[in-house]
Ligand binder design. Structure first.
Ligand SMILES: Cc1cc2nc3c(=O)[nH]c(=O)nc-3n(C[C@H](O)[C@H](O)[C@H](O)COP(=O)(O)O)c2cc1C
Length: 153
């Protein structure tokens, strides 16, 4: 399977999560990770499954590296029919806007026709766990679900 990990970060946590997801998935799959800042419309191809990893900054805002991607989607409004993705948000539940930055990307993708698959993964910086551990557990569950779907299809 081809995975593209699309990450949006401000202080680097989502990038290290993306790096660990590449290590985890690349034994059995074709995997690349792309900073949202570098994403272009032709990054969004239906032959790949997207793992979108995005933090929240400001007061429920996007992390800096996700801003150009959000602006690109808003300006170009591409038809994302046929695109499948899963979401993992990094945040801190001590904020009322817990994980809202990732939800802002999720809302844009869904509004343009992409389909979100699986559990919406979240890491809470308040709970003392490492985002990388939570994300790897989430990804393993997700990939086993995708394998089940592929086996039935
Ligand atoms: C200045 C600042 C503002 C933040 N604002 C929010 C917020 O509004 N909502 C939230 O859920 N988390 C918030 N967080 C927590 C971050 O999302 C969390 O630390 C995350 O792991 C950062 O990931 P990153 O390094 O990939 O940007 C904030 C963190 C900082 C340092």
């Amino acid at each position: 399977m081809k995975f593209v990990i699309l990450y949006g970060t401000e202080s680097g946590n989502a990038e290290t999560v993306a790096d660990d997801l590449v290590d985890e998935l690349s034994a059995d799959n074709e995997v690349e990770s792309i900073d949202m800042t570098d994403a272009e419309l032709d990054t969004l191809t239906p032959d790949a499954f997207f793992l979108v990893v995005c933090s929240t900054h400001g007061d429920g805002g996007l992390p800096a590296s996700a801003v150009p991607f959000a602006e690109l989607l808003d300006a170009e409004r591409p038809d994302l029919t046929g695109i499948r993705y899963a979401m993992f948000g990094l945040g801190d539940s001590s904020y009322e806007t817990y994980s809202r930055g990732s939800e802002r990307i999720d809302e844009r993708l869904a509004a343009l026709g992409a389909i979100r698959v699986g559990e919406y993964g979240r890491h809470d910086a308040s709970d003392g766990s490492l985002p990388n551990d939570t994300a790897l557990e989430w990804a393993r569950d997700l990939v086993s679900t995708l394998d089940d779907v592929a086996a039935v299809a």
